[in-house]
Design a protein. Structure first.
Length: 389
């Protein structure tokens, strides 16, 4: 009897153990599946982060080599192009007329992920600025054609997958730089807008993002645009599908951001003459809103892989890069927006810059490492400028 009780007790313990093991196994399997589902959701919501984070180092290197010309700057006198090559860690200055390389300047980026971004010029053209993923803003003396330092009082961080948006005020006295990543639960790591005095090249004010519908703004190179009439700075939040607004008179953020259905807002343009606000999504949709009421008035889908657009001729035409077809789309926006032409350019067109006289459009082609020059009157490519080939 005693032996039977022991056996029954032992059998009970064994059964309990087996059930425990099975339960742990089910919990483990559920946890793994749940983690994969989260990764899948994140990848679907943040396709650009997924594209970068989940690639191998080799794949990222190859991808980056294709994307080095994402950003470049055109001098105010339309004579020089300043192109960023983050793989070779070079800032290359090219003569626009002759296509000759004037100088190659080593970039002060030492870490693998510290990518440099596009160049913004002062109004007189004597200085230029560019930013890096570690949130430094560097200063270029364009007369000496050399990097002379970085903006003072600008905090550095160890964030990896970030970048900084830059925008000059219409009077040229202030430069706004957006630190594009932060944590909702940490007041120390909230995204920030830094106000830089271009006379002293130092940060004179910092605005922390603590509201705007509780969304993060400015992931991966926030696009910025100024409204000269209202002194408002508009900037995009790539992943939350919104545009935030800063009043530069007192450097205060509006409580509510403009929300869009798309979750990958990449570009922004303002047409104050015709009272229109344009935003561009990476999936190829252009949305036009009334600048005052902020209500949508029109939209069009023109491609599957768009990255930049430019408004010209007093708001009559809009140019959009289309990487999927190696072309630039031309749209008439005088009345209802419509596609009127596609211009074949180099491989993987990305960044657009318009000359100060509104006569030429410069297209940075990342896949072919060159810049197509388009005559805005005829909408034809008139020149190709080779960079670092």
């Amino acid at each position: 009897m005693i032996r039977r009780n022991h056996l029954e007790k032992g059998s009970f313990l064994v059964n309990q153990y087996v059930m425990l093991v099975k339960s742990m196994r089910l919990i483990f399997i559920f946890t793994i599946l749940y983690c994969f589902s989260l990764l899948g959701f994140a990848a679907s919501q943040y396709q650009y982060v997924d594209r970068y984070l989940f690639q191998s180092r080799t794949e990222r290197a190859l991808s980056n080599q294709e994307h080095w010309l994402i950003k470049f700057g055109l001098s105010p006198n339309n004579k020089e192009i300043y192109a960023i090559d983050s793989i070779k860690k070079l800032l290359t200055i090219v003569d626009v007329t002759t296509g000759t390389t004037l100088k190659k300047i080593p970039l002060p980026t030492t870490k693998e992920y510290d990518t440099a971004f596009g160049v913004v010029f002062s109004h007189d053209g004597k200085k230029a600025y560019f930013s890096t993923m570690l949130k430094n803003v560097y200063i270029i003396d364009t007369v000496k054609q050399e990097i002379i330092g970085k903006v003072a009082n600008k905090p550095e961080t160890n964030w990896v997958y970030t970048s900084t948006g830059l925008c000059m005020t219409p009077d040229g006295r202030r430069l706004y730089a957006i630190d594009s990543i932060g944590e909702k639960k940490s007041t120390d790591n909230l995204p920030r807008i830094h106000v830089i005095d271009t006379q002293t090249d130092s940060v004179i004010d910092t605005i922390k993002k603590q509201h705007v519908n509780d969304d993060l703004f400015g992931w991966f190179d926030s696009a910025l645009a100024f409204s000269k009439d209202t002194n408002l700075l508009y900037f995009t939040d790539m992943f939350s599908g919104s545009v935030s607004i800063l009043n530069i008179r007192d450097n205060t953020l509006e409580d509510e951001a403009i929300k869009y259905d798309s979750n990958d807002i990449l570009g922004i343009a303002i047409d104050e003459k015709n009272n229109k606000l344009y935003v561009l999504s990476g999936s190829g949709t252009i949305i036009i809103s009334n600048l005052v009421t902020r209500q949508k008035i029109d939209e069009i889908s023109i491609g599957t892989d768009t990255l930049d657009f430019a408004l010209v001729e007093n708001g009559k035409k809009l140019y959009v890069t289309d990487r999927a077809t190696d072309s630039v789309s031309v749209l008439d926006v005088t009345q209802k927006i419509k596609l009127i032409k596609k211009i074949s350019v180099g491989k993987k067109p990305q960044t657009l810059r318009v000359s100060s006289d509104d006569s030429k459009l410069y297209v940075g082609n990342a896949g072919s490492n060159d810049i197509s020059v388009i005559d805005i009157v005829t909408d034809n490519v008139v020149r190709i400028i080779t960079v670092n080939n």
